[in-house]
Design a protein around this ligand. Structure first.
Ligand SMILES: Nc1ncnc2c1ncn2[C@@H]1O[C@H](COP(=O)(O)OP(=O)(O)O)[C@@H](O)[C@H]1O
Ligand SMILES: [Mg+2]
Length: 353
């Protein structure tokens, strides 16, 4: 998890599940088929920045600025008042785009270095570029350069049209942009009726603890998109499973786990932010590390005794006589039973202690 300053996207509900917003100088891709709300996303994002004292740069390959602002108005965003003061447009068709990427944008970045005002960048949509350049290698190079250049201005939001074939989750033509982006959200429309008609999923978000659910969203005139999220598990709630983790770590050590496995478990403990118990994950992980099958209770007891023989003397000073007798007899207690099941960590823990 990063402590880096986050920039709110202004997309209601989204920031809650991405640690408060995007990181500066990164790209966020919004993927979705026609009518899912990509342009609404873009306007909302830009508008938030403008309303908070930032500049905006809108790059379009299809529509002229007047049309974009007209559509914005219909969605409830009045961009007119910022036009050519804080909000600038680049309108560039198909192949001209290469010139834009090679010359105009780098020049703009250079110029912008003298400004302290942050610029939020939007490309809506990127699609004509991917259509104009058929060669995948060239496409990749242009997109790489475009993203690299724009990121120097500020946080960038790019939309791209998807044309998924039946059964495909994400169409092939959006794989390159997704791959090149720091973050990606997927908007889907399912004509199934009811609340889940439209849903958002976070495909990826570099260096961010992000929500992993399918979030329904709605359109609200005057706001734009409202993503119906619940906030992620709070910092206090993240500590809820510490005891269980501590037991698991001790148990793993007792089962002979190596240093790296123990470190990994400690890392998982620190980063567990899911709203469910880690028990099942730990069981599966223990098994994958061979920490269940190989060891019988006797073997554990034997190892324990070996490693304790020196420890016990040290511990004696702290333990009462009764406790140490109990510990010693627990260790010596022979057991005919077979495999240990991590199923009940606390049982195992008690037995070992
Ligand atoms: N305020 C709104 N109320 C109801 N529906 C809306 C609203 N805003 C947008 N929509 C619906 O979403 C559709 C697509 O929005 P848009 O952002 O243009 O999608 P995309 O850019 O993905 O094609 C609109 O055509 C409209 O049907
Ligand atoms: Mg659109």
């Amino acid at each position: 998890m990063s402590k880096e300053k986050r920039i709110p996207t202004g997309i209601a509900g989204l920031d809650r599940v991405i640690e408060g917003g995007v990181r500066d100088n990164t790209t966020l891709l919004v993927v979705g088929s026609s009518g899912t709300g990509k342009s609404t996303f873009a306007m909302q994002y830009l508008n938030y920045g403008l309303e908070h004292g930032e500049n905006g740069l809108y790059i379009s390959m299809e529509e002229p600025p007047e049309q974009i602002m007209r559509e914005a108005k219909m969605l409830g965003f009045n961009l007119d008042k910022y036009y050519e003061k804080e909000l600038f447009f680049f309108h560039s068709k198909g192949k001209d785009f290469v010139k834009l990427v090679d010359e105009q944008l780098p020049a703009l970045v250079e110029m912008n270095k003298n400004f302290s005002v942050k610029t939020r960048v939007v490309i809506d949509p990127l699609t004509p570029l991917t259509w104009a350049i058929h060669d995948k290698q060239e496409q990749r190079e242009v997109i790489t350069k475009l993203f690299y250049t724009l990121k120097q201005l500020g946080p960038v939001l790019i939309t791209t049209e998807e044309h998924a074939a039946p059964g495909e989750t994400i169409g092939e033509d959006v794989l390159i942009p997704i791959y090149m982006s720091d973050g990606a959200v997927h908007l889907t429309y399912r004509p199934i009726g009811g609340a889940f008609n439209r849903a958002l999923e976070i495909v990826k978000m570099r260096a961010t603890r992000h929500g992993e659910e399918v979030y329904p969203y709605i359109f609200v005139r005057g706001i734009g998109v409202v993503v119906r999220t619940t906030p992620l598990v709070s910092a206090e709630d993240m500590r809820k499973y510490d005891d269980l983790f501590n037991k698991a770590i001790r148990t793993a050590a007792d089962l002979g786990a190596g240093e790296t496995v123990l470190e990994r478990l400690a890392y998982v403990k620190e980063n567990w932010s899911y709203p469910f118990s880690p028990k099942e994950t730990l069981q599966i992980f223990f098994e994958s590390q061979g920490l269940t099958d190989a060891l019988t209770r006797d073997e554990i007891a034997r190892r324990k005794e070996e490693s304790r023989s020196s420890d016990i003397q040290l511990d004696m000073r702290e333990l009462s006589a009764d406790t140490s007798v109990a510990v010693a007899s627990a260790i010596r207690k022979p057991s005919g039973e077979g495999l240990i099941e991590i199923d009940n960590l606390s049982d195992l823990e008690e037995m070992i202690q």
